[in-house]
Structure formats: C-alpha cells, structure tokens
Design a protein around this ligand. Structure first.
Ligand code: ATP
Ligand code: MG
Length: 159
C-alpha cells in the first residue's frame, strides 16, 4: 500500500494529474472515502493529466460522465444514488471490458455498489483529516501499476 498526504485540494488534484498522465488505457480506479472526501476533486486532476479541456463535474445526478477529448477517454461514474440491483441496469462493465466503448480510464465513486468488478483495479481511499486528506492506494489483481513511480513524482518538487 502507498500512503500519500494531501495537504489541500491542489495536492489531491496533483495526485490525480499524475495518474491521468501516466496510467495506461484500461485502468480502473475505485475511489473510496466519505461524502466530501475529495473523490471528485481527484478525478478533476485526472482530467487535467489527460489533457481534457471540458470541465469535470460530479456525476452524482447523471451517474456517468464521459470525456472524449483527452489523451484517453475518461469515464467518471458515481453510484451513490443507486442500489446494487440498479447498478446492474447501467452496465458499468462496458467501460472496463473496452469492447462497446473505446478503452480509457474509468474512475468510480461509490464502487461498493458494483455487483461485477474488473479483474484489476487501483483502489484509492481518501481518509479525511481535519484540514487535509490521506490517500491510501492499493492495487488489486494482476495488472502492475507503477505506484513507486507515482510516489516519486508526487514527492518531487516538480509540478
Ligand atoms: N487534500 C485536501 N485537503 C483539504 N480539502 C480537500 C482536499 N482535497 C479535496 N478537498 C476539498 O474537499 C471538498 C470535497 O470535494 P469532492 O466533491 O471532491 O468530494 P467527494 O468525495 O467527491 O464527495 P461526494 O461523496 O459527495 O461525491 C472540496 O471542497 C475540496 O476542495
Ligand atoms: Mg463526488
């Protein structure tokens, strides 16, 4: 597990930026954390890292937002308003199977509602501290994400 301290929302965005810049096509990111932990903020950074110009807004009501103008497509899902049985009706798996839509990066808020999960994913748990957050990053499955590389970039002064 990789733990990073995110002192403010710019640092949350910066972590997202690095992920957007370096993660390969087909990556799935599961975002955990309380209401207001910074999940959408992190996805806004991913969008910047992918060179997406459209502004990234929370999909709480739309459930899925697709951004197609960057290095890779970004699929941003927020399942907060759904019961697991309803999640099935929006077919979230098409985003990681990469057959019906172009493969890209899929970021899912409230992924605990999923019935089907991808074989590999990155789980980022944002833990709220008084005026900051701690990001706990784990990889699940066989895909080998280079977390050490992300860590060294995050900790270097280069912005
Ligand atoms: N590292 C941080 N330190 C302090 N505040 C932060 C940090 N990262 C994000 N925030 C702030 O936390 C707030 C919550 O943001 P955001 O909407 O991204 O949360 P969320 O986890 O997506 O919430 P929800 O569960 O409602 O979708 C924003 O005001 C954002 O600026
Ligand atoms: Mg959100």
């Amino acid at each position: 597990m990789l733990t990073l301290f995110l002192n403010d929302s710019l640092e949350t965005q910066r972590l997202g930026y690095l992920l957007g810049k370096y993660l390969p096509s087909g990556s799935v990111i599961f975002l955990s954390g309380n209401l207001g932990a910074g999940k959408t903020t992190l996805v806004q950074g991913i969008g910047r890292g992918l060179n997406i110009e459209e502004s990234i807004v929370s999909p709480t009501f739309t459930l899925i937002n697709e951004y197609l103008d960057g290095r890779l497509p970004l699929y941003h899902l927020d399942l907060y308003r759904l019961e697991p049985i309803q999640v099935d009706t929006i077919y979230p798996e098409i985003y990681w199977e990469g057959m019906e839509v172009d493969p890209g990066i899929t970021a899912i808020e409230w992924w605990q509602r999923l019935l089907l999960k991808p074989s590999s994913y990155l789980e980022i748990d944002l833990v709220t501290q008084e005026n900051s957050r701690e990001a706990r990053i784990r990889q699940q499955g066989t895909e080998n994400y280079d977390l050490k590389f992300i860590q060294s970039l995050f900790n270097s002064d280069q912005k």
